[in-house]
Ligand binder design. Structure first.
Ligand code: 5RP
Length: 218
């Protein structure tokens, strides 16, 4: 299984965003996690397509776009056009989840579905086979710098079992409160894609990424 670090630029310094992304790239992060917030699905607004389009020229790394947006089906074409490789939507935000997954696939992009901490895995029952990734939110979405919710350990374990039982190849991404102190434990629970915002961008980005990779191998 491939283990991937996807630094969340929500915690980057926006006045030097390109430089922060270059540092994360140079330090070996395989993906760049891009949190789009609409002020409706979550109580915060981050940035949208023009920023993604602009930073696309900074790195060739995978753009892992997490849409915290109500009814994201309205914008799939635009996010695909501005350089998203993975497009992850929230199950809670989609009236017609299956249709939105189809829209992402039709654009040739990898499809992810994200679940808030309180959302049960059963919402995936009839779409899991169509997915490339499931994103388990380990904080309530909207803000960086929160603490990992420990009840998500069991949810990650249950999801890994569900994927294995069906013989699928679906990534499990975990986002929220991931640090060098807990990343090995989250990996043991069954996750293989790790989003880290403040643990990467607060302080020395390259050193922080090295610390996370080192901890991940434990
Ligand atoms: O999706 C998010 C918030 O909704 C962020 O990606 C997430 O919280 C990462 O930040 P941190 O690693 O600081 O918890």
């Amino acid at each position: 299984m491939e283990y991937i670090l996807s630094p969340s630029i929500l915690s980057a310094d926006f006045k030097t965003l390109g430089d922060d992304i270059r540092k994360a790239d140079a330090a070996g992060a395989q993906w760049i996690h891009i949190d789009v917030m609409d002020g409706d699905f979550v109580p915060n607004i981050s940035f949208g397509m023009p920023v993604i389009k602009s930073i696309r020229s900074v790195t060739d790394k995978v753009f892992d776009v997490h849409l915290m947006v109500e009814e994201p089906g309205r914008f799939i074409d635009e996010f695909a056009a501005c350089g998203a490789d993975y497009i992850t939507v929230h199950a809670e935000a989609c009236t017609h989840l299956g249709r939105v997954i189809q829209q992402i696939k039709q654009k040739g992009r990898k499809a992810g579905v994200s679940l808030n901490p309180a959302t049960p895995l059963s919402v995936l029952d009839y779409v899991l086979d169509d997915l490339d990734m499931v994103l388990i939110m380990s904080v309530n979405p909207g803000f960086g710098g929160q603490s990992y919710i420990e009840a998500m350990d069991q949810k990650i374990r249950d999801l890994r079992k569900m994927i294995t039982d069906r013989g699928l190849d679906v990534d499990i991404q975990v986002d929220g409160g991931v640090t060098a102190d807990n990343i090995a434990h989250i990996k043991d629970c069954g996750a293989n894609v790790f989003v880290a915002g403040s643990a990467v961008f607060n302080g020395d980005i390259e050193q922080n990424i090295q610390n996370l990779f080192k901890a991940m191998e434990v």
